[in-house]
Design a protein around this ligand. Structure first.
Ligand SMILES: Nc1ncnc2c1ncn2[C@@H]1O[C@H](COP(=O)(O)OP(=O)(O)OP(=O)(O)O)[C@@H](O)[C@H]1O
Length: 268
């Protein structure tokens, strides 16, 4: 078995362009997926689907395969066996086009990157208009995206001069400018100050209320139970996949983490 090793995670990837999603509203579909970076599988026996409009949290211990699962879903990794489909297409062949906004773990920017927030958000329009050709209507969409995430006042600030939370908002604005239907976030509130976390989740909720499918990895169980409507609990295999209230009542957490106390001890 030879899993693809993609090395460094790209900080943010606005992946995905397609003509059509699966007609039944399925956004992501995994069938019997197995993947390992070496001969040992990191995830196996994964079958699940995510439908348009859902708000799904992936939880699990450190090293349980959450980021790997996300990258398989997005086609950034290719399963060793089984199949991953994104908007009805094989995920690894999915073309960039704005439907998907991906904010990777510790989304950051190179310190030398002399790029402003507006320029980052402008990039969201590129799949729609082509490089360097933003028209008035595109600028209005960019302004709207900046306003939606509360970053209008920071539009001309360099991306490197933002806090972690502000940077996350800028990357979300880029996804919104691209008219993303699916927003995927890998531990979005790591490095975000506590006061901003609540506002950040309110933003995600408002985007989900507008019909955007939200899929995120989250360590903060409180945030998961408060906001996500569905939980996928992972530790190489899926230990639980279902409504959040059923997850809370279940023993999946303890089984996946060894003990629930362990997990709670990991809370940041
Ligand atoms: N690029 C890579 N090359 C080799 N091994 C990797 C790579 N990325 C992750 N792994 C290994 O795969 C396993 C799952 O990692 P993954 O990052 O998917 O877990 P995770 O649940 O997201 O972890 P965390 O909660 O710590 O972010 C770990 O054992 C990790 O060391």
């Amino acid at each position: 078995m030879s899993g693809e090793h993609v090395g460094e995670t790209v900080d943010t990837v606005a992946a995905a362009d397609v003509a059509a999603s699966a007609g039944d509203g399925t956004v992501i579909e995994l069938s019997d997926v197995e993947f390992g970076y070496t001969a040992t599988p990191v995830v196996e026996d994964i079958s699940l689907s995510i439908t348009a409009g859902e708000y799904v949290a992936v939880v699990g211990p450190n090293g349980s395969g959450k980021s790997t699962l996300l990258q398989l879903m997005l086609g950034l990794l290719k399963p060793d066996s089984g199949e991953a489909r994104l908007f009805g297409e094989p995920a690894h062949r999915f073309d960039d086009g704005g439907r998907l906004g991906y904010v990777a773990q510790h989304a950051s920017a190179s310190k030398e990157m002399p790029i402003t927030v507006r320029e980052v958000v402008n990039m969201g329009r590129f799949p729609h208009v082509g490089f360097g050709r933003l028209w008035e209507e595109d600028r209005e969409i960019v302004d709207g995206a900046l306003a939606t995430v509360g970053m209008s006042a920071f539009a001309d600030r360099r991306i490197t001069q933002l806090s972690g939370g502000q940077r996350q908002r800028a990357f979300i604005a880029r996804a919104l400018a691209g008219e993303a239907e699916l927003l995927v976030l890998d531990e979005p509130t790591v490095g975000v100050d506590a006061e901003s976390v609540q506002a950040f989740y309110e933003l995600l909720q408002s985007l989900n209320d507008r019909g955007i499918t939200v899929l995120l990895i989250e360590h903060d169980l409180g945030a998961v139970t408060e906001h996500a409507e569905r939980v996928i609990c992972l530790n190489r295999e899926v230990y639980f996949d279902g409504p959040t209230d059923e997850f809370v009542e279940s023993d999946a957490l303890g089984r996946a983490f060894g003990t629930a106390a362990n997990f709670l001890g990991e809370q940041k």
